[in-house]
Design a protein around this ligand. Structure first.
Ligand code: ARG
Length: 574
């Protein structure tokens, strides 16, 4: 409970109750940070109609009754706001406890939940596109946040590994030999293109490919063995990318579409028993209420096609049932691009109709926008081809290496390489995480690698700079108990440090990593001002030096922890 806001709200409740009676006590004040004071509370204006008195008068009555250990001074401002200044003693105590806490104030969730997070989800024998990159980066950050808060997180990599195109791929693999799959992602996607071309140009091949689908679905061992090779090749490439990205997904987290095959018939049977299935144009469909097309016609979720085949929707229905029933999920997050919004809205609607998805269990589609190139169009190479993710990450690291070398030529070869990786990969991830998830964003190396502005390098540098101050101080033992908040910039920094847990909680609720990014940027900025105005190594007294060193160290730890939650490394030197 580091955030002072949590102490302020009860103080307001009490003041409201004493001034106006219990009916009004539950009116929560809107409290935000302010440039005029530590915080500004807005509550009187909203009570104007209810109490039939001028807001300033209401505010004065509240101020007269505000008590508690946190508030030093409360003043009515403007039309009826209340400016609050906190007691330095209160701030000092709170920051000390954060400084002494290994988790820098992050408290475990009061009700830990089992949360299934479905992210990454690449497709068999296909190169991942930037949409998969976004899913992987955002999903991994959410997983880290939830796990840190004490939730039991089950990662699910919903590999697209089943369906009619695989007949074509398997047949191609059988005919052209396994070398064709190659050992690189590029080779794999060339293989995909070759298969596609073969399929389009050669009707006999197309026939054999269709035959393969039947064999695959019938469980023919030779066909399955070939299929398995494609799965392994795809996962092998994905693993390389995950490693480069520092993503926590492992092989054991894969539960691809094929995983649900044995459950599909039972899912359909259950939906049928519950009277949810209708036959329409020879297919088995569920029509969840509220989904209509432009012409007003109901939109079906097709659970079985005319030919008896099962597709993406059936698999996702089986997945949601499995995640709730077998995995015991209380919360399900599906991190997939915004274009699939309708699909997941329908899956969730059907899961509710079937009685699987019922409170307190909830499912959320964590949607996101597209990555755009500098021209504002879909991100492509100059030649109009899809961007190869490995190349994209390698280029970010190359550019980071150049920047890092220029900034600090003294780094050893080894260290430079490590820092270049941390900065390059961190920059790509941060650019993604710091923009509002639902919005499209422009991929721009120069901007994401800038050392000023809301970027990973800025935060990483802020962190490394503090570490360097601490090294230069020669201090071997910090003294968090000696923290004493005195000057204005120390106060601002303390307030920023104390907000960390509230921000992390908000990210876990709203699933918006950009809130954490904005916060870390503000924290780094507050530190910058503090460092400019309050000398640390040359502090006027030993007491201030000791206090400021511990405050600086706490800031660095919050920065590092915050970056860790985003999946970004914080090197000690840069
Ligand atoms: N493979 C899918 C795609 O590339 C993403 C899978 C998302 N998860 C799911 N349960 N459908 O679009």
């Amino acid at each position: 409970m580091a955030d002072p806001l949590s102490s302020l709200v009860p103080a307001f409740r009490e003041a409201l109750e004493t001034a106006f009676g219990p009916e009004v006590a539950s009116t929560d004040p809107a409290i935000r940070t302010s440039t005029h004071a530590d915080y500004q509370a807005n509550v009187a204006l909203g009570l104007k109609a209810r109490l039939g008195r001028p807001p300033r008068e209401i505010a004065n009555a509240i101020v007269a009754h505000l008590g508690g250990s946190a508030i030093e001074r409360a003043e009515v401002a403007g039309p009826g706001f209340i400016n609050l200044v906190l007691r330095s003693s209160f701030l000092s105590t709170e920051v000390r406890s954060v400084a002494m806490d290994e988790r820098v104030g992050l408290a475990p969730a009061r009700q830990p939940e089992t949360v299934v997070v479905d992210y990454s989800g690449p497709n068999l024998a296909k190169e991942m596109h930037v949409g998969h990159l976004r899913s992987t980066i955002i999903g991994d950050s959410l997983v880290r946040v939830l796990e840190t808060l004490g939730h039991r997180v089950i990662r699910q990599n919903h590999l697209g590994d089943w369906g009619t195109p695989f007949g074509m791929l398997i047949e191609e693999l059988r005919e052209s030999g396994r070398d064709a799959v190659g050992s690189s992602m590029a080779a794999l996607s060339n293989f995909y293109r070759a298969a596609r071309k073969h399929f389009d140009d050669d009707p006999a091949f197309a026939d054999r490919a269709r035959q393969r689908v039947v064999l695959l679905q019938g469980g023919d061992p030779a066909t399955l063995a070939l299929w398995k090779e494609l799965v392994d090749a795809t996962l092998g490439h994905a693993a390389i990318l995950y490693r480069k990205l520092g993503v926590t997904l492992r092989g054991a987290d894969v539960a691809g579409e094929s995983f649900y095959n044995p459950m599909l018939n039972d899912v359909i049977a259950e939906l049928d028993r519950k009277g949810l299935i209708e036959r329409s144009d020879g297919a088995l469909c569920v029509f969840p209420p509220g989904f209509t097309g432009r012409d007003g016609a109901r939109v079906p979720l097709i659970v079985e096609k005319q030919d008896g085949g099962h597709g993406y929707a059936t698999t996702d229905l089986a997945a949601i049932r499995y995640r709730i029933r077998t995995l015991g999920a209380q919360r399900i997050l599906v991190v997939v691009g915004a274009p699939q919004a309708q699909h997941f809205a329908m899956i969730f609607a059907v899961a509710k109709l079937a009685g699987w998805l019922a409170p307190p269990v909830r499912a959320e589609h964590v949607a996101f926008g597209s990555v755009l190139g500098a021209d504002g169009k879909m991100f492509k190479t100059r030649a109009g081809e899809a961007i190869r993710l490995e190349d994209l990450l390698d280029e970010a690291v190359d550019r980071a290496r150049a920047v890092v070398t220029e900034k600090n030529p003294e780094l050893s070869e080894d260290e430079r390489e490590r820092v270049a990786r941390a900065v390059g990969i961190g920059a790509v991830k941060y650019a993604d995480l710091s923009s509002d998830r639902l919005k499209d964003y422009v991929f721009d190396y120069a901007r994401m690698l800038a050392f000023d502005g809301n970027t990973a390098p800025y935060l990483q540098y802020a962190h490394a700079r503090i570490r360097s101050i601490l090294r230069r101080s020669g201090t071997t033992a910090l003294e968090p108990a000696a923290i004493e908040i005195r000057e204005r910039p120390e106060r601002e920094l303390a307030l920023a440090i104390l907000r960390f847990p509230t921000v992390v909680d908000a990210v876990a609720t709203a699933l918006e990593p950009h809130q954490l990014c904005t916060y870390l940027f503000e924290l780094a900025t507050a530190f910058s001002t503090f460092y400019e105005k309050c000398p640390v190594l040359k502090a006027p007294s030993d007491a201030e030096r000791t206090s400021r060193l511990a405050l600086a160290d706490t800031t660095a730890r919050v920065l590092a922890k915050g970056l860790e939650l985003l999946g970004i490394e914080a090197p000690d030197r840069m």
